[in-house]
Ligand binder design. Structure first.
Ligand SMILES: NC(=O)c1ccc[n+]([C@@H]2O[C@H](COP(=O)([O-])OP(=O)(O)OC[C@H]3O[C@@H](n4cnc5c(N)ncnc54)[C@H](OP(=O)(O)O)[C@@H]3O)[C@@H](O)[C@H]2O)c1
Length: 253
């Protein structure tokens, strides 16, 4: 057992999430970006209050959310989360943009929304920046009229016949230059990534709240074939009564 130090302090003093997260290793596997998740969950494992995650957040959690976004080439998200959480173009501060450029990244991450229905209104905030149009990852069987409606505001990528094949979609993003993909959920998208063994890093912000409500866990879906995915605990930070945990995939386990 080890002692955790409260209020953002470790043995060497305060942790600056931006700097500390940027220093972490995220090497792209062959042919696809490094996939890292981020979810906030209540201390009893719930992910939403009244259908959104906002009430689980806090100051330190927002800082971690932003620090993890700041190193992403692409932010992968399920369409329900993009709709419910009113996703916006992930524009970075000028300071973060300069840091990204210095690392060889584009100034802002790009959103990649996974959807078969293409039920996304073109006036949603996520389409608000013509300089940073989101990818829409969809299936070949998606409705053609919806596809035509979205073409002016998004870059549409078809991967899979009836649903998006996530491994193939990640390979396309890699071909477009993405080396890091931050998966922000929701639980059903996370479940598929786990099922296909595509999660390289799992970040969980454990929020100091109890919900006891009928809210989803951080990942749902059928039990993946084979043993549970083995992970290695990489770090635990605490601030503002949150725990910020990072596990990386240990494929030998
Ligand atoms: N606590 C947190 O940190 C956190 C984080 C994220 C989300 N959330 C919450 O989670 C909830 C949403 O999660 P969710 O699991 O219901 O939905 P989700 O994973 O966000 O989105 C599911 C939708 O994504 C599309 N999709 C997913 N996989 C696909 C595939 N392989 N092929 C084609 N389309 C695919 C489908 O969209 P179409 O229906 O358009 O075809 C599907 O209905 C929201 O309430 C949100 O607030 C919480």
């Amino acid at each position: 057992m080890i002692q955790l130090y409260p209020d953002g302090l470790d043995a060497d003093g305060p942790i600056e999430p931006d700097r500390a997260v940027a220093a972490e290793s995220r090497p792209a596997p062959a042919g696809r970006p490094w996939v890292y998740t981020n979810m906030v969950v209540s201390a009893d494992g719930g992910t939403t209050v009244d259908g959104v995650s906002g009430q689980l957040g806090g100051t330190a959690d927002k800082a971690m959310f932003a620090a993890l976004r700041a190193v992403a080439d692409v932010i992968l998200v399920g369409a329900t989360t993009a709709r419910e959480e009113r996703y916006r173009p992930p524009r970075q501060s000028e300071e973060r943009r300069a840091q990204r450029r210095a690392r060889g990244q584009a100034p802002d991450p790009r959103l990649a929304v996974v959807t078969r229905s293409l039920s996304l209104d073109t006036d949603l905030p996520l389409f608000g920046d013509p300089e940073n149009r989101p990818y829409i990852l969809t299936a070949r069987s998606a409705p053609a009229d919806r596809r035509r409606a979205l073409e002016p505001v998004a870059e549409i990528v078809e991967v899979g016949e009836d649903g998006v094949e996530l491994a193939a979609a990640l390979a396309v993003l890699f071909d477009h230059g993405a080396r890091t993909a931050l998966a922000e959920g929701g639980p059903s998208l996370n479940g598929q990534l786990i099922d296909e063994d595509l999660v390289d890093e799992w970040n969980l912000s454990l929020s100091p709240h109890l919900l006891a409500a009928d809210s989803r866990r951080a990942a749902i879906g059928p039990l993946p074939s084979g043993p549970p995915r083995g992970m290695r605990l990489d770090r635990v930070w605490t601030d503002d009564d949150f725990l910020f945990c990072r596990w990386t995939r240990s494929r030998e386990r």
